[in-house]
Structures are given as C-alpha cells and as structure tokens.
Design a protein around this ligand. Structure first.
Ligand SMILES: Cc1cc2nc3c(=O)[nH]c(=O)nc-3n(C[C@H](O)[C@H](O)[C@H](O)COP(=O)(O)OP(=O)(O)OC[C@H]3O[C@@H](n4cnc5c(N)ncnc54)[C@H](O)[C@@H]3O)c2cc1C
Length: 435
C-alpha cells in the first residue's frame, strides 16, 4: 500500500503524487512515497503497488484522491512479467525494530512516468483503500496481541528458571516466579493478552457475520459492530502490546535490557504497531467522530448495554470470582456509558474537547470491552468447573485470570472516565511556548 509521502502521513488529503490520463486509458504516475513496507524485494516475480495519487483536475483534499495499480514489471499479454515499469526503491529506512521487514522510499516516474491503471472510479481512491485498511487495522491489532504473547511466553519461561532471593513466605531461595511482584507482572501480561485476543476475535467474527449472515439486518448489525470495534482493537491492543512487551523486559531484569535474551526485540518490534496503519490518535478520532458521534452513541450504548446486562447477572452469582467480576464490570459499563453521554454534550460546545478526550476514551472502551469478554469467558469456565468436565486446571485459571483483570484493569475505568470528562479541558491549558 503506497499512501504515505513526506508531507502526507496522518493527513492523506495532502498527497501530491500525480496521475495524468493517457490516450490508451492508462495513467502516468509521478511522485515519491516514503515508509513503504516491502516496497521492493526479490521474493516474488512481480510486485503490484497500490498507489494513491491525484489527477490534475481533482478536487482538493481527500475527495480528490484516486487509487492506481502500478506493477514493478509491466505484464505481457501472456501474463508473464515484462519490461520494468518506472518505479524504483531509492532507499531503505534504518529503524528501531522490525528489521525483518524492509521499509522503502519509492520513487515513481523518474524516467518520465510510471504506467498506472485506475482501480474503480477516479477520486474514490481513499474509500477503496479503506476496505483494505480496515482489515489491515484489525491485523495490526492482532500483531500487538501476537508480540505481547511471545514476550509473555519468554518472560514466563525465564521467571520459572531464574533463581534470585527468597520470595515472601518461602523457606529457601526460589525462582523469581514465586515473588508476588513478578507474579503480578506475569498476570498483568496474561490477563491483558486474553482480553485483547478475545476482543480481536469478536471483531473478526463480526466481520465474518457481516458477510455471511443470511438476514440483511443481521449483516448490517454485524458490520456496525465490526466498524465500532475496529479502532479499539487497533488502538488498544497495540498500545497495550507495547506496555506488555516492556513488562516482559522488566521481568528479565538486566537480562531483558541486553540483547541475548531477545526480550528487547519484542519491545522494539511492538513499538511500530501504534504508529502504522494510522496512529492511536487517528484511531481515536475515528472512534469518536465516525463511530460514536455519527450515530449519536447508538452502537456504543448497545454494546455497553450487553456488558451491563452480563454484569447484572454476575453480581447475583454465588461464585465469589463471578460476583467480583460482575461488580467491576457494572462500574466499567457505567463509566463507558457516562463517557459517551459526556462526548455527545461536549462535541456541541468546543470541538477541541472530543479531540482531547479521544485517546483516553478509546482506552476506556478497550479496558471495559476486554473486561466484558473476559467475564463471558469466566462465566463459561465457571460452569465447566461446576460440571467437572474437561481441563479443570485451565478453567480454574481462566476464572482467576478474569478476576485478576477485573480488579487490576477494569477498576481503572472510573479513573479513565474522570480523565475524559474532567481532564479534557486541561489538555490545552498550557500554551505551546510554555511546553
Ligand atoms: C516501519 C513503517 C512501515 C510503514 N509502512 C507503510 C506502508 O506500507 N505504506 C504506507 O503508505 N505507509 C506506511 N507507513 C507510514 C505510516 O502509516 C505513517 O508513519 C503513519 O500513518 C503516521 O504518519 P506520519 O509518520 O507522517 O506521522 P504524523 O502524521 O506526522 O504524526 C505525528 C504525530 O502527530 C499526531 N497527529 C497527526 N495528525 C493528527 C490528528 N489529526 N489528530 C491527532 N493527532 C495527530 C500523530 O498521532 C503522531 O503522534 C509506515 C511507517 C513505518 C514507520
């Protein structure tokens, strides 16, 4: 995907790459793109670039962007790769992490113009690109989960081997996994990863249902849910993935900071995930403007009503874990609902308020929805424990992990609500020259 240019990152409306119509129906493309993942390589016979560019008579901004296919090699009539197109990789970036993935500066048209072929209609390029980008955003959210999971597996293995001191209450020296604080860090990783994975799967399932439900209204409802969850999965799972990869380093102590263990690589690799495919702020703006304000909070409220209904059921449970989870989930769902109410009111007062609240609000939604799906899992696992069927150790751990999540993560929801409702006004208080 060739979107980004030096002066057009988050703001794709600023794209300058040019496309000029040719008599044969093709287009001549000229311009430079930066940060293009796998912009050039020798792993395939051809590379098909999808390039955003602007026609000379296009309207300004995002409404004047078109999408083109620009192959590295022009394709012969028999389908084989033919002459080189006017596309060149002019340099590779030196990065903090993901060293296995080349990030290229791509130049189009240095020799007079690269041949490009329009996708769909002129000026509708960004709309088409978003079909791919929404999938890519879910995938990057899953990348956040995946890196965090690998960091967790490695930290857990290290904590079980590394012997250091005597844990509180132990008679002899112990592996560090017995220190309550190391256990806290491992549980923080495990609980978040399970919540993040559940949320990503719920979005993926909603996307499948949006395609495959026989009933049209059910398809539309599933699509609304998937679109609502998309920025939350991308933003929350990647930001949290970085924090968890950092905890993985912490569990290793000094061995995490040196390269031998590989823990530092996870932190470096995770760091790109809240940046590419739209930074966290861009996800949060999407959540606030398109996914909450546009339907006046209807989807957000419907989702939180489901969480609230489960919480109401769990608080009456005789199982202490489910009851505790229910209490925190009820508070979380209430906090998320109150944040939506505040947002709808604030948007009419000062447009800077929703923008200042956007990222904490996205985090609040992630924390609460992660807790909702952990609570669903805990309810099922508790049922299996009672029936005594299956892997009881797994079900017991599932319930206790959800309980931990409720009391270490879900409890943050009221504080995040305060940041959204009271903290947004202070964000712009200090003038830029006093920063
Ligand atoms: C390793 C790597 C691989 C990449 N791969 C690709 C690729 O394959 N194809 C491609 O097209 N691009 C790719 N990118 C580009 C990537 O998508 C952009 O870097 C990203 O969208 C951010 O744009 P930017 O770097 O210009 O940052 P900027 O847009 O300059 O953002 C800088 C800061 O300002 C904030 N900001 C900007 N606008 C707003 C706003 N409206 N509201 C609130 N905050 C805002 C951002 O959140 C960020 O914190 C890649 C980048 C990297 C580093």
């Amino acid at each position: 995907m060739n979107l980004t240019e030096a002066a057009a990152g988050s703001d794709l409306g600023a794209i300058r790459t040019k496309a000029v119509r040719q008599p044969d129906g093709s287009y001549r493309i000229t311009g430079q793109k930066i940060f293009i993942t796998y912009g050039d390589h020798e792993l395939a016979r051809n590379i098909i670039h999808l390039v955003l560019a602007r026609l000379p008579d296009a309207p300004a901004g995002v409404k004047g962007i078109s999408l083109f296919i620009v192959p590295k090699f022009l394709v012969n009539a028999d389908g084989s790769p033919g002459a080189c197109n006017d596309v060149a990789c002019v340099s590779l970036e030196h990065k903090l992490g993901i060293h296995g993935s080349p990030t290229a500066v791509m130049s189009f048209g240095d020799q007079g113009g690269a041949a490009g072929f329009l996708v769909g209609e002129e000026n509708r390029g960004l709309e088409y690109m978003f079909v791919m980008m929404n999938h890519a955003r879910l995938n990057v959210g899953v990348q956040g989960v995946g890196i965090a999971e690998r960091a967790y597996q490695q930290a857990r293995a290290y904590a079980c081997e590394r012997v250091q001191g005597k844990a509180a209450g132990a008679a002899t020296i112990t592996p560090i996994v017995e220190h309550p604080d190391v256990r806290r860090m491992l549980m923080t990783m495990k609980a978040h990863i399970e919540a993040m994975r559940a949320l990503a799967y719920v979005e993926a399932a909603a996307l499948d249902r949006a395609h495959a439900e026989p009933d049209e209204a059910a398809r539309a409802g599933a699509l609304r849910l998937a679109e609502f969850l998309n920025p939350i999965v991308k933003g929350w799972c990647t930001e949290t993935g970085v924090e968890l990869a950092s905890l993985g380093v912490q569990i290793h102590g000094g061995m995490g900071y040196v390269e031998e263990t590989g823990a530092a690589q996870h932190l470096r690799d995770a760091r790109i995930t809240p940046i590419y495919e739209g930074t966290t702020a861009i996800q949060a703006n999407d959540l606030v403007n398109r996914k909450i304000l546009r339907d006046k909070g209807a989807t957000a409220r419907a989702v939180m009503a489901e969480a609230g209904a489960l919480a109401a059921e769990l608080v009456t449970s005789p199982a202490p874990a489910l009851k505790a989870i229910g209490i925190e989930l009820a508070e979380g769902a209430r906090a998320a609902g109150a944040a939506v109410d505040w947002l709808l009111a604030a948007a009419g007062q000062d447009s800077r308020l929703p923008a200042a609240a956007a990222v904490p609000l996205l985090k609040l939604m992630g924390v609460v929805l992660g807790g909702f799906h952990m609570a669903r899992a805990a309810r099922i696992a508790q049922g299996r424990l009672q029936s005594g069927e299956g892997d009881l150790a797994f079900f017991d751990a599932k319930v206790k992990t959800a309980w931990f999540y409720a009391e270490h993560v879900l409890v943050q929801a009221p504080a995040l609500l305060a940041t959204v409702t009271r903290g947004s006004a202070t964000v712009m208080g200090v003038p830029a020259d006093q920063l």
